[in-house]
Write a protein that binds this ligand. Structure first.
Ligand code: AMP
Ligand code: ZN
Length: 471
């Protein structure tokens, strides 16, 4: 049975969904004001591995929501500076996030709500009105605050010492008129030039914490939801405040299991936009690596341990993937018909070890060790001519099963099938070459052809025009 570490109880606990076989989980999504960096993607790759483990190892169904925070100080500022509407501005970054997620083989969640969607805004308004009715909220100068002294359990997730608690003021710097400096903002009064909504709240915009509480409960059904997840930096104040709002409004536990992913570091510093030490997927690719290698690196160590990003680590990840992919291809070449019985127990052991590792708080490093044990053992058996085609098929099925969770082999195969130059670029260059020939500039036409050959693309001219193929 799957065991997960729960930040709320500080213990590893058996995990099963509350209702039937459907796991309802929520992950805090990106703030869409810039291209997400690979630190953010450590969190989303680990969430993807959790999702795939629940589905393909535990046999559950998953209903997952990952939101887009498309209204906050940073998105509003970015939209103003770029002279576009908030919606248009955040659309660009949502598109970029989806593109990068797909390149990393992240399965699309069932729900990807935006905070500014009408239904979500309405749910936030309703939550505020409920909190007010229950005495957990108060209004000051057009803003609305959560009164934490009304909720005895406040601080339980982050294990805060209630008296020595960090001020909410440190987070919402522009709010001065609170009853208690620790209170946090639910709704910010509208300011000139900023987008605003009124959902029974007076004109303004939601606080970040409120967005997630309202969307999680609206989209995943009544509390408690099964799993709530994010990077470790979100434990306080974000998740603590999400609990306060949701439990204040519903009177019931918000989430049963809190799942937090440790940070990705670069040269021993946290990777973050404010430190300026971030890499994007595009930058990794520009350095000659493929997203599958990054995915491998991000899932190769346990999610609760810090992971230090290095280029040597990327090279090792490339090497590791190559070993698995080569092994998987080699299995298809085995044609012997005599069974030797050496491989089936190796496959059974690897399947068991893989499952046991993932069930033990998503120990991906252990799961990979099981994969490499199988690669080593079966390679040795093939070298000794002790594997039949049927036995090789068994090993191949196991690798394919492992990869449903890991998602690196299929990703690498898809990358290999892609042309080395984007199709649109090839077609544009073919057009330029045709134009050069029409104006009898054969030198220019030849330059284009040679450039494409160097980049791995061959052109073939025939009566119907020019066709291209991979070298
Ligand atoms: P943000 O867009 O800043 O709201 O962050 C999106 C997600 O990425 C959150 O769950 C963060 O906790 C997570 N995150 C931010 N920086 C890192 C990092 N260096 N390593 C892992 N996760 C991170
Ligand atoms: Zn959140």
């Amino acid at each position: 049975m799957l065991r997960l570490y729960n930040t709320l109880t500080h213990k590893e606990e058996p995990f099963a969904p509350l209702h039937g076989d459907v796991v309802r989980m929520y992950g805090c999504g990106p703030t869409v004001y810039a291209r997400a960096h690979i630190g953010n993607f450590r969190t989303y790759v680990c969430l993807d591995v959790l999702r795939r483990t629940l589905k393909y190892v535990c046999g559950h169904q998953v209903r997952q929501a990952v939101n887009y925070t498309d209204v906050d100080d940073k998105t509003i500022k970015g939209a103003l500076e770029s002279g576009t509407s908030l919606r248009e501005y955040t659309d660009t970054w949502i598109h970029a996030f989806r593109e990068d997620s797909a390149r990393l083989g992240i399965e699309a969640p069932e729900e990807t709500p935006r905070a500014t969607d009408d239904e979500n805004m309405r749910a936030m308004g309703d939550m505020i009105l409920t909190l007010e009715a229950k005495g957990h909220a108060y209004r000051r100068d057009g803003s609305i605050y959560f009164k934490i002294s009304t909720l005895p359990q406040y601080g339980q997730l982050a294990r805060l010492d209630r008296d020595g608690m960090k001020d909410g003021a440190a987070v919402d710097v522009d709010e001065y008129s609170k009853d208690d400096p620790r209170d946090f903002v639910l709704w910010k009064a509208s300011k000139p030039g900023e987008p605003s909504w009124d959902v029974g709240t007076g004109a303004g915009r939601p606080g970040w914490h409120l967005e997630c509480s309202a969307m999680a409960l609206r989209l995943l059904g009544g509390p408690p939801i099964d799993i709530h997840a994010g990077g470790v930096d979100l434990v306080f104040p974000h998740h603590e405040n999400e609990i306060a709002q949701s439990e204040g409004a519903t009177g019931t536990t918000f989430a049963r299991c809190w799942f937090h992913i440790e940070h990705l570091f670069v040269e021993s510093e946290k990777m973050s936009k404010s430190l300026g030490n971030v890499y994007t997927i595009a930058e990794i690719v520009a350095r000659g690596h493929r997203p599958s290698a990054l995915r491998y690196l991000l899932l190769s160590s346990h999610y609760r341990k810090q992971l230090n990003f290095t280029w040597t680590g990327m090279d090792q990840a490339e090497e590791a993937i190559r070993r698995i992919v080569d092994f998987r291809s080699r299995l298809d070449t085995v044609t012997d018909s005599a069974a030797h019985g050496r491989v089936p127990p190796q496959v059974a052991d690897a399947r068991q070890a893989f499952k046991t590792a993932l069930e033990h708080d998503l120990n991906t490093a252990g799961a990979l060790a099981a994969v490499f044990d199988l690669v080593r053992d079966v390679n040795a058996a093939i070298d000794a001519h002790e594997v039949s085609a049927a036995e090789a098929r068994e090993a191949a099925d196991a690798i394919d099963h492992f990869d449903r969770v890991l998602g690196v082999v299929s990703l690498r195969q898809a990358e290999d099938a892609e042309p080395p130059v984007p199709v649109e670029e090839i077609e544009r260059l073919i057009g330029e070459r045709r134009a050069a020939r029409e104006r009898r500039d054969f030198a220019a036409a030849d330059r284009i052809r040679k450039e494409l050959v160097e980049r791995g693309i061959l052109l073939e001219d025939n009566a119907g025009g020019t066709r291209w193929k991979k070298k």
